[in-house]
Ligand binder design. Structure first.
Ligand code: COA
Length: 263
């Protein structure tokens, strides 16, 4: 049983999938400090829980995934507080999610704006409902994206489109997001979670140790402090020492389905 808080609800679904719902629908699920803390606590717990093999993150209600950081909360912040808000967010949620050892999918219904879009792009991939609206409105408030958006957006859509989205502050719809590579799939709102489960079903039959290693290797290529090719060589080598590797290869040779334990 994974803890549930005031603003973050968890529910175990099929295929070893945990659904995490940001639950402040009256504020379009805006990320206040308490929501960030609760989400962090849930992620820390899930990272250790072997029964969870994939995570879906979504927002409560019909209108929004997450409409950004809580503007009312940061309205009177000083320079120092602004800096601390950004660095704490990076550490507690956004970098943590990007480097999470289990695949994370953002299920986007309605608005994914500012910190909400940053939350979505810190996940490993994204499924959007056809009513999704995605954007970085920050420059219209006199700030810039502060939860990794200036970096991760360009990795997904290229520098030119990232400049356009961030400098105009305009929202794009799900179809444009799909064309630009910002979301992996577009479905009707009703099919949003079932599409995610279709993906996590496939993941649930694969080796958790290999999946975690693949996440580390892919991410290494985007980390200027690391050499992605060297990390790949290390991770590839380490795979040969896992129980999952022995099980995967034995199952293949014995013509049966593998039963991975994630060890
Ligand atoms: N922070 C705090 N509160 C927010 C919020 C945010 N990022 N986004 C929405 N809300 C609140 C609104 O203040 C409103 O609260 P209230 O009912 O107590 O007044 C409630 O959520 C509903 O939003 P509302 O603006 O009435 O809905 P709408 O349908 O008219 O507009 C948006 C929807 C998304 C276009 C609009 O809410 C918006 O522009 N939000 C801010 C987006 C943003 O700039 N995000 C980046 C922050 S850095």
């Amino acid at each position: 049983m994974i803890a549930t808080g005031q603003f973050v609800i968890t529910e175990m679904l099929e295929h070893h999938t945990l659904l995490i719902t940001i639950n402040r629908p009256d504020k379009l699920n805006a990320l206040n400090r308490k929501t960030i803390e609760e989400l962090h606590d849930v992620l820390v717990e899930v990272e250790q829980n072997k029964d969870v093999r994939s995570v879906i993150i979504t927002g409560a209600g019909e209108k929004a995934f997450v409409a950004g950081a809580d503007i009312a909360e940061f309205a009177n912040y000083s320079i120092e507080e602004g800096k601390q808000m950004s660095s704490l967010g990076h550490f507690k949620i956004f970098n943590f999610l990007e480097n999470f050892s289990k695949p994370t999918i953002a299920a986007i219904r309605g608005f994914a704006l500012g910190g909400g879009l940053e939350l979505a792009i810190a996940c490993h991939f994204r499924v959007a409902a056809d009513n999704a609206k995605l954007g970085f409105p920050e420059v219209g408030l006199g700030v810039i994206p502060g939860y990794g958006g200036t970096q991760r957006l360009a990795h997904l859509v290229g520098k030119g489109k990232a400049f356009e989205m961030i400098l105009t502050g305009e929202m794009i719809d799900a179809q444009d997001a799909y064309k630009w590579g910002l979301v992996n799939h577009v479905v009707t709102p009703d099919a949003l979670i079932s599409k995610c489960l279709e993906i996590t079903k496939k993941i649930s039959t694969k080796s958790p140790t290999a999946i975690a290693a693949a996440i580390r290797a892919i991410n290494a290529g985007y980390n200027p402090q690391l050499n992605g090719y060297e990390v790949e060589i290390e991770e590839f080598g380490k795979s040969f020492g896992t129980g999952d590797f022995k099980e995967g290869v034995s199952a293949f040779l014995e013509k049966r389905k593998p039963n991975f334990q994630g060890n």
